[in-house]
Write a protein that binds this ligand. Sequence first.
Ligand code: SF4
Length: 287
Amino acid sequence: MPRLDAAPHIELMGESAVLHWGSEVIRIPRLKHGALFLMSGYIGSQLWGCEYKLSLDYLRGRIINESTVYGLLEHSRQLGVDEEILGLDVGWTPVIINRGEEGAYFFNEKMRNWIGYADFTKPFIQEPSLVMVRSDVPILGLPDLIINVDGKPAYVIELKTTSNPRNIKVVRGRESLQAESYFHMLTYLGLDPRGVAVVKVIRGVDFRIIDNIDVIIKHMENAEGAITLTKHVVMHHIKVRSFNDFLKDVDYALEYWLGLRNPRPNPSRGLCSLCEHRRVCPYSVVR
Ligand code: SF4
């Protein structure tokens, strides 16, 4: 049973790893690429993006560019936090976030912000850590912001920054599923959120999400769909499906990590043209 009063943590034991959660000890099954846990955002990428790209990211590394770093800086400005991963070097970078000693360290460090330790009497909580376990696999969720109302976590806000004004008008399937995953993880943990939204912001504009909490609450309570907060900021309400529908997506994503099926390619001009593996990928439609 998930517990709020005790943050889980991962312990490496030679070739294997276990999750400790209160008095429970869960042996983590062997996962693809030596992963120890899943980031909940992967589920949306696997279902709506290109799962084959995720697989190549682990095999070949991925590219961190100036725009990625600028996005992280804007993220920290919006939320009023320090992003610890700002030390990422620009260029090809191996994915270490959830595997090996770095993975265990990352997971356990994130538990400093465990949701069970949060003070819900504050107006909001930045970047709390959520965990759910499915098929003995820990899934880590890191929502950007949780807004509290009447001493309870009420609204989950996922922030997406962009330099392209056209991007703020649409929410992609993977972004929607990522935001929805946080809602369901809070429910799994026995908290009872009211709603979830993706807020899209043009980088560098004169707007800060944490200075506009009241406006966001007002729109979360009274509006639906996409709400233009300013010329450069659009808030998108996310329709939340049933917990069981969400679990079906989780199980599909886990099949890959558990080695039960191969990664699914999803070639398209839109995805391949932005993909760093397009020149070596056998499925690429953009060379
Ligand atoms: S090139 Fe296209 S099909 Fe290949 S991994 Fe990238 S997005 Fe997927």
